[in-house]
Design a protein around this ligand. Structure first.
Ligand code: ZN
Length: 305
């Protein structure tokens, strides 16, 4: 069994890819209850909600997209404005953050138990089953490296094929509906998860082999996988840090810093939450100083797949 941990803000979300442990999946049983619900984000792009998404989480998601869309920014000229513009494609409007997400996050499912996951997943090879607790990008990597057959995830009445890292299937953890998290922290979580949808470099033959052996790739930039936090860090030994520049924590940090420093219609509590979010994310970037100085290059926001 191999675990990939991706984190969403302060909550650790475990994504387990489990090979050869579980019964085979019958396609007839591989449907969640009821139809998927569709909603157009503020930029007019369709998002899908699994029928298992609670009304409360759906309302929070809609509200968080509206929060992002309605932010207005005014940065003093400098590195923060420059980085915000490079990551989100613009530094004046929150709509650029929604545009960033529209490319990378497309559907939401609630936290799934392993057995539920098994029911919903359908692998393209008969008699073979893998259980996973995942995001779409993890399943895409699985289908690219470990078992190169189509992987389909059933979201309500929709069958989503994991054919791109940007399939954008996001599982919401319990922290998303925790009343202690506000719109800033929740939207930063979406921004963070969005970065995992970018495969910023081709996986090498050796990294494909490493994945098949149950190891993380040497180069984390395809889906921006996390690294173990170093000794002395509060999360030492847990894969909840980034060893490379411009990964998911860096992008989350830039979003938080942007809200803190440049948002002209944020409340004081929004700004405090943004600062806390940015500081937490920054503490997880192991190459922070070199990255911010520019010596590790500028953010590359494309995806090669
Ligand atoms: Zn992550």
């Amino acid at each position: 069994m191999r675990d990939i941990f991706w984190t969403a803000g302060p909550w650790l979300v475990a994504l387990a890819l489990c090979q050869g442990c579980g019964a085979s999946v019958s396609p007839e049983s591989a449907h969640g209850g009821g139809p998927a619900r569709s909603w157009s984000d503020p930029r007019g792009r369709a998002l899908l909600f699994d029928p298992g998404i609670s009304p409360g989480d759906e309302a929070r998601l809609r509200s968080d997209y509206q929060f992002m869309e309605s932010r207005r920014f005014q940065f003093p000229a400098g590195r923060e404005a420059d980085l915000f513009g490079k990551v989100f494609g613009g530094a004046e409007k929150g709509s650029s953050v929604v545009d960033y997400l529209s490319l990378r996050v497309r559907s939401f499912v609630p936290a799934l138990s392993d057995s539920e996951l098994e029911e919903r997943l359908q692998f393209g090879r008969a008699g073979y089953s893998v259980m996973a607790n995942n995001l779409g990008a993890a399943l895409w990597i699985y289908s690219k490296s470990i078992d190169t057959h189509p992987v389909v995830f059933h979201l309500g009445d929709r069958a989503l094929e994991m054919k791109s890292p940007r399939v954008g299937l996001v599982e919401l953890g319990s922290g998303y509906s925790d009343s202690r998290s506000g719109a800033v922290m929740r939207s930063a979580t979406l921004v963070h998860e969005g970065r995992h949808s970018d495969c910023s470099t081709q996986l090498s033959a050796e990294d494909h082999a490493r994945l098949r052996r149950g190891q993380n790739p040497e180069d984390p930039r395809c889906t921006h996988s996390h690294a173990d936090c170093p000794s002395g860090h509060p999360l030492a030994g847990l894969p909840a840090c980034d060893s490379h520049p411009w990964g998911a924590y860096s992008v989350e940090m830039i979003y938080g810093l942007g809200l803190e420093a440049g948002c002209v219609n944020c409340s004081e509590s929004d700004r405090l939450e943004a600062r806390a979010t940015a500081l937490d994310a920054a503490s997880r970037v192991m190459v922070l100083e070199e990255m911010l100085s520019g010596s590790l290059g500028e953010p590359e926001m494309g995806s090669v797949q």
